[in-house]
Structures are given as C-alpha cells and as structure tokens.
Design a protein around this ligand. Structure first.
Ligand SMILES: C[S@@+](CC[C@H](N)C(=O)[O-])C[C@H]1O[C@@H](n2cnc3c(N)ncnc32)[C@H](O)[C@@H]1O
Length: 365
C-alpha cells in the first residue's frame, strides 16, 4: 500500500530524516506531500512516531483526469471496500487543482461523492456515521485521491489543552529541533518559551516517547485494520520510552501565567517537572553551560505586540552573542529584517509555510 504524508511546506527535509529513521521509502513527493510505499506496520508506525507530519492519507489511486466522466469512472473503480463500507459518512474534504482542466468546484465534489456512494452501494442517509474524509489533488491533469487515515491532526499530541497566546504548532516545533541538529544530551534554552511547546517536543525526543502513542486514529475503524498488530506496534513504542531526561532543558518567559501553563503541559506530556521553567526577561539571561542550543519563537508583532516593539526586542537579542557565546541560535519569525536587527547573517535560512503564515527559520551557528 502507499500512504500520502501531508506536511507544512518547508519542513520536508526534517520529515525525510524521520522517514529514513523509520525505514520508510519515499516513492514520490510534491509540495506539502510525500508518498511512501509501506505495509500496515509502517502505516501504524508513521502515525505514532512521526513528529513533523500533519496528517496521513491512504493513496487510493492516481490517473490522468481531464473531465467529469474520467473523474466519476475512475473514482468508482477504486478499491474503497479495502477501507470503508456503507456505514461511513463520505465527505470530499478538500479539492486542490493546479495547472489542470478540472478546477475545484461544487460539481467536482458532487461528482466524486456520487461515484463513491455508488461504489459502496450507499443509499440511506443516516446521521452520526463515521466520517470518511477524501481529498483530491490535481497537478497537470493528474489526479491523486487520498482517504484520511488520521482523524484529529497529528500535531494534536494531547498535552496542550492549555496554550499561551500565540502557541507554536507542535509539528513545527519538532521540525525546528530536528533542523537545529540538536542531539539528546545537549542543553536547550527557549527564552520565549510561552506554553513550552519547543521544550516539551525536545523532551519527548530525549525520552524516546512516540508523540502519537496516546491518540486514537480513524484507521482503527477501517476494514483493513489489524488490532493485534496495532497493539504490538504500540507496545514496542511504550517499551522504548525512557523516564529520565538526559538533556538540560529550560524555558524563560516574562509572563507568569504562561509559565504555569508550560509546567502543566509538561506534566500532561509525561515529563513531570524535568524541564526548568522560570520567569526571565529574554534579553537578560545568561548561559549555564558552555555549549547548547537556543531554539525559540519570539513574539512576531502582529499578534502579541506591535511590530515596532518586536523589532526593538530583536535588536536587543544581539547581546546573546556575549551571554550565550558558543551556543547555536535557532529563531523562527515572520520578520524579514531579523538578520539586520540581530546584526548577524544567518548560516542557514529556511522558508516555511504553516497555515496562512509564511515564516523563516534562521540558524546562527
Ligand atoms: C510567540 S510566543 C511563544 C509561544 C511558544 N513557542 C508556545 O508554543 O507557546 C512569545 C512569548 O514571548 C514572551 N515574551 C515577550 N517578550 C518577552 C521578553 N522580553 N522576555 C521574555 N519573554 C517574553 C511572551 O510572553 C510569549 O509567551
């Protein structure tokens, strides 16, 4: 079987590293999607181990599709009963069309929907049926059809019912850590830690805790699902988890309330109080270790403070060169002037699109 792994554009290199570690082979990739050839065990592992993926779909098929007849016939022929039957509530969740004759429109959705209903002999309409979400992607008239296996997005780890004012997406925090080159054992300090997402993601990596281990997924109700194999994969993941952190992880923030949230989230994530959270002005901190990583998501200006204030703050961060001299600094922001304000050229810059926001990940070695 093939699965389509969805990710935020810009984090693919981090995801590829994860796939390599899991022993999953990439068949194909395009913007925001990586297609992997795997078996059921690989599908299960991808769901619980991947830290940077957003969602996983079962690849149902791909073919040249220029018109609605080709859409209807092609969709009707797919092997839907491998996964679902007429007890599911079919929904065409997303249609994306790029450089293709068929565009995203209500007729496209209706045609695809009708074809699946016919394929599954669905006649009755009842409420409260399990949702089967289907996505259609066209590129140069080539249609790719995927069935959602995940349900609630993979970024929802379950530890963050409490969030700060502008929380970072868990998957993006994980990508920042992977891109930074950090390895367990080395210190990380997040001087703008907010609800603690970056540090909690680092702790999960250090403790070898699979981020999706506590989640339930849509595939668990699908026809191909093998409960015994699923339990085995989860049991193996639990056995690999450690209890004690090897890395000194600390977070500062100048807002008391958000630090309480961070402590609570760390507890919910199973890390207890092993991350040190304390009140501090980010411009005044000093390194406790000779080497380490600052990985952080300062206020952008749009949502938390006004832009001018944020830029003044970025300017004062240049003093980290004295207070954290040999530390690698990894900063994410949507401000394109960061290097100028920080008075240093980044060694690596990565452009990431998440949600409606374009951000840049700057790495200063
Ligand atoms: C964008 S948020 C960080 C969100 C965090 N990554 C999370 O996942 O919740 C920025 C944080 O910086 C804090 N902050 C703003 N100015 C600060 C300063 N001068 N020193 C320390 N923290 C500051 C805010 O209270 C806020 O929690």
């Amino acid at each position: 079987m093939e699965i389509i792994i969805l990710h935020a554009p810009g984090i693919e290199k981090a995801l590829e590293k994860e796939l390599d570690k899991l022993g999953l082979t990439i068949n194909d990739k395009s913007r925001g999607r990586i297609i992997v050839d795997t078996d059921l065990e690989g599908l299960y592992k991808a769901h619980i181990y991947l830290r940077t993926a957003e969602r996983i779909l079962l690849k149902m098929g791909t073919w040249k599709c220029h018109n609605f007849d080709q859409l209807f016939d092609g969709i009707k022929e797919l092997n839907w009963s491998l996964a679902i039957d007429n007890t599911w509530n079919i929904k065409i969740d997303k249609v994306r069309s790029y450089r293709s004759e068929i565009k995203s429109s209500p007729i496209t959705q209706k045609t695809a929907h009708k074809a699946i209903l016919e394929a599954l002999n669905c006649t009755e309409k009842t409420n409260n049926r399990k949702p089967a979400n289907i996505r259609l992607y066209w590129d140069k008239d080539e249609l790719l059809v995927g069935l959602d296996l995940t349900g609630d997005g993979l970024h929802k780890r379950g530890y963050r019912e409490e969030a700060g004012k502008a929380p970072l997406r868990e998957t993006l925090a994980a990508a920042m850590i992977i891109y930074s080159g950090w390895q367990p054992g080395y210190p990380i300090h997040d001087p703008f830690c907010g609800s603690g997402t970056i540090l909690i993601e680092a702790a999960l990596m250090d403790l070898n805790i699979a981020p999706g281990i506590k989640k339930t997924f849509t595939f668990e109700q699908m026809n191909f699902h093998e409960e015994d194999l699923w339990k085995k994969v989860k049991r193996e993941a639990r056995l690999q988890a450690k209890r004690e952190l090897t890395s000194p992880l600390s977070g500062g923030d100048n807002y008391d309330k958000v630090l309480d949230t961070a402590r609570l989230n760390a507890k919910k994530a199973g890390i207890g109080d092993q991350i040190l959270f304390y009140k501090e002005d980010a411009t005044k901190g000093e390194a406790d270790f000779d080497e380490g990583y600052i990985i952080t998501n300062p206020p952008y200006g749009e949502r938390l403070q006004d832009k001018q204030k944020a830029e003044d703050l970025y300017r004062s961060l240049s003093q980290w060169n004295e207070s954290y001299p040999s530390w690698r600094k990894v900063i994410i922001t949507n401000n394109e002037k960061l290097e100028k304000l920080y008075n240093q050229q980044a060694h690596i810059k990565r452009y990431i699109q998440y949600g409606s926001l374009d951000v840049t990940l700057y790495q200063f070695n």
